[in-house]
Design a protein around this ligand. Structure first.
Ligand SMILES: NC(=O)c1ccc[n+]([C@@H]2O[C@H](COP(=O)([O-])OP(=O)(O)OC[C@H]3O[C@@H](n4cnc5c(N)ncnc54)[C@H](O)[C@@H]3O)[C@@H](O)[C@H]2O)c1
Length: 433
């Protein structure tokens, strides 16, 4: 497949300069300066096997597909708070001040543009750096103007946008989301079923800019924006980054399922003290998150195929806002499993993780892979990026693939396909024939 080279600058537009965004940005600057390593990032550290096992070919992913170099990446973003990226990173409290000091000049240059924000959609937040406009269409035009100015000021060649803003209240698809025309009319009449996140997504996709959603709220996963992306050839990905407890869930569950061990119950609880935890303390935002977290097991365990093993599974997910912990979440999972002849067993997992440390390499990879997709002419939903998300967006009528290992195989096979390399099926008969 013809892939345009990654020449010139790539602008990464981040909506929301909170814990995840600032950890991503500061991390990229630190890696660029050689003071830290990009651990967790496939685009920076991953390898890919090509050809037969006997050929011994396992180049770095970045050596086989043309990805933007970190030196060519420029960041810009919006937030309802007007502090610069250095101050925002200090507020988020994820990275050590000693590390932030070393990239301080670069971070201080990034000041968020005024946000499209309405408290109806994120009840626990209020901030001063907010746009005013006649209606949501006007606000989308203002976002478009920010993007064009950023592009011109930094002589940027290509762009991607990632929503790293707070989780908005739970919403379902409605008539305003049904087509581009209905959506545009709804923007003009300030329809309440269009949350702030959709205004940004519309502004980006309208320009053909690849768009990803790092949060679980309904955004680009509506027919109107999928249709718009088809017209402008924008690649889409989402949603809700697969980090923390859900990452572990999608590592453990396929293993239990592979050995046909039954699961009677899975109780997940965690304590979290950052701003994300505070926003999720609101029941309406929590509902959005809960839906995203709970669907995972159903798809992996396939209770419809294995009713005796998984049909009565009791799955409970709790998030408790506990300020002293900051971004250093602690999660507990109790899994009640069932083995041979129905004998019960238990598995306990206590994960002391750092959410944004797990999220930052994903934001970077998704941005670089979406830019690759755009240059390779792949538009619309990029299912091969499901690997990174808790609720992978998918075509209507298709169930999403949640198993991390199938997702990784899909991702790597997509890269092989893009380069015209043989796909790896793991059949392996040729070694014995
Ligand atoms: N940290 C993780 O591992 C992880 C995993 C999955 C999903 N997420 C999601 O990613 C998002 C970001 O997480 P975080 O930990 O950085 O949260 P955060 O609260 O630190 O940052 C979110 C930022 O978005 C800003 N914001 C909210 N609405 C906005 C709007 N309309 N326009 C511009 N800015 C807006 C807030 O002011 C805040 O600074 C959350 O929705 C979270 O649920 C995070």
């Amino acid at each position: 497949m013809e892939i345009a080279p990654a020449k010139g600058k790539l602008g990464i537009l981040l909506v929301g300069l909170g814990a995840v965004s600032t950890t991503t940005i500061a991390g990229v600057f630190a890696v660029r300066k050689g003071i830290a390593r990009p651990i967790g990032s496939l685009t920076q550290m991953g390898t890919i096997r090509l050809g037969k096992r006997t050929e011994g070919r396992s180049p770095k992913i970045s050596d086989i597909v043309p990805l933007s170099s970190l030196d060519d990446v420029v960041f810009g973003g919006w937030d309802i708070f007007d502090e610069d990226c250095y101050a925002a990173a200090r507020t988020a409290g994820v990275l050590e001040p000693s590390l932030l000091e070393q990239v301080r000049p670069e971070l201080e240059q990034i000041r968020p543009w005024p946000a499209v924000f309405d408290q109806r959609y994120v009840k626990r937040l209020e901030g001063p750096n907010v746009k005013k406009g006649a209606n949501k269409k006007d606000l989308a035009d203002q976002v478009g103007a920010d993007i064009r100015k950023f592009k011109a000021d930094h002589q940027i060649d290509r762009l991607v946008m990632v929503w790293c803003g707070s989780t908005e209240v739970f919403a379902t698809e409605g008539p305003a989301h049904a087509s581009v025309e209905a959506f545009e009319r709804a923007l003009e009449r300030n329809d309440p079923s269009i949350p702030s996140s959709m205004v940004y997504a519309y502004a980006a996709i309208r320009e053909g800019i690849p768009y990803a959603n790092a949060a679980p709220n309904l955004t680009a996963d509506i027919p109107a924006l999928v249709e718009l992306a088809a017209r402008t050839r924008a690649p889409l990905a989402g949603k809700d980054l697969k980090t923390g407890q859900t990452l572990i869930k999608t590592i453990i569950a396929p293993g239990l399922k592979a050995r046909l061990l039954g699961v009677e119950g899975w109780y997940s609880t965690n304590i979290l003290g950052n701003r994300d935890g505070e926003v999720l303390d609101d029941p309406e935002s929590f509902k959005t998150k809960e839906e995203s977290k709970k669907s995972v097991l159903d798809y992996i365990l396939q209770p419809q195929l294995y009713p005796e093993l998984y049909e009565d599974l009791c799955h409970v997910v709790r998030i408790n806002y506990y300020p002293p912990r900051g971004d250093n979440k602690e999660g507990w999972d109790n899994i009640d499993i069932v083995g041979w002849l129905g004998y019960p067993m238990q598995l306990k997992i206590n994960f002391l993780c750092r959410d944004s440390i797990l999220a930052a390499p994903i934001v970077l990879d998704v941005a670089l892979f979406l830019d690759l997709a755009r240059r390779a002419g792949m538009h619309g939903i990029q299912e091969w990026l499901s690997f990174y998300f808790k609720s992978p967006v998918h075509a209507p009528g298709l169930y999403p693939e949640h198993d991390l290992f199938i997702q990784l195989m899909k991702l790597k096979n997509t890269l092989r396909y893009l380069k015209g390399e043989e796909l790896i099926t793991h059949l392996g008969r040729e070694y014995y024939d």
